[in-house]
Write a protein that binds this ligand. Structure first.
Ligand code: ADP
Ligand code: MG
Length: 177
């Protein structure tokens, strides 16, 4: 599917997920994006391996927004991140496209969310994202761009891009106030 086709990527977040600690009136220009790492992978296995490494950046409580088109590799990368965080093995991690949220691990739980099918504020509110982001959890959100600018800072943004054949470009940024 070509970039963005068929999906409504307007932000659906005016609905308070993660927003209890948001200063009001923040503007996009107030957000600083610091590049942490950039990599091109050449296979799903390489992406999973990179996800394991990348897990080192994510200390709970932590929100990670995964952005990129269908097939960019968000779920594949998540397998590595969840394994790297020690919450589950990579084979246990499957796409939450239909279930919307999967939870892995117990003490330091990891929530894996997919907003692909989320279409409005009410849908988003029923997910209860703010309740997931407790003291000890890491929340990984596919189609994180659907939250728009209404995310608490600091958080992380992972941008994935399908290049030719099996190449994927992956950029991890830390978003700060
Ligand atoms: N370098 C790579 N990294 C990740 N996935 C890749 C790569 N090369 C090919 N693929 C394939 O692309 C698809 C990515 O799917 P998935 O991770 O579900 O994407 P998304 O969650 O972004 O829709 C998988 O079928 C995977 O095997
Ligand atoms: Mg996916």
């Amino acid at each position: 599917m070509p970039a963005g086709e068929g999906r409504d990527l307007r932000p659906v977040a005016a609905c308070q997920p993660f927003m209890s600690n948001l200063p009001s009136g923040r503007e996009v220009k107030d957000v600083k994006a610091v590049t942490l790492v950039e990599r091109v992978t050449h296979s799903p296995e390489e992406t999973i391996k990179f996800g394991r490494e990348a897990a080192g950046y994510f200390h709970p409580p932590c929100l990670v927004l995964l952005e990129g088109d269908l097939g960019a590799g968000k779920t594949t990368l998540t397998k590595g991140i969840v394994a790297g965080l020690g919450a589950a093995s990579e084979d246990e991690v499957t796409s939450p496209t239909f279930t919307l949220v999967h939870e892995y691990g117990s003490a330091n739980s990891v929530f894996h969310v997919d907003l692909y099918r989320i279409e409005g504020e009410r849908d988003l509110a029923t997910l209860g994202l703010d309740e997931l982001s407790n003291q000890t959890s890491t929340v990984l959100v596919e189609w994180g761009e659907k939250l728009g600018d209404n995310v608490p800072l600091p958080c992380f943004k992972v941008r994935m891009e399908h290049q030719e054949s099996d190449n994927r470009r992956i950029l991890i940024e830390r978003l700060e106030a």
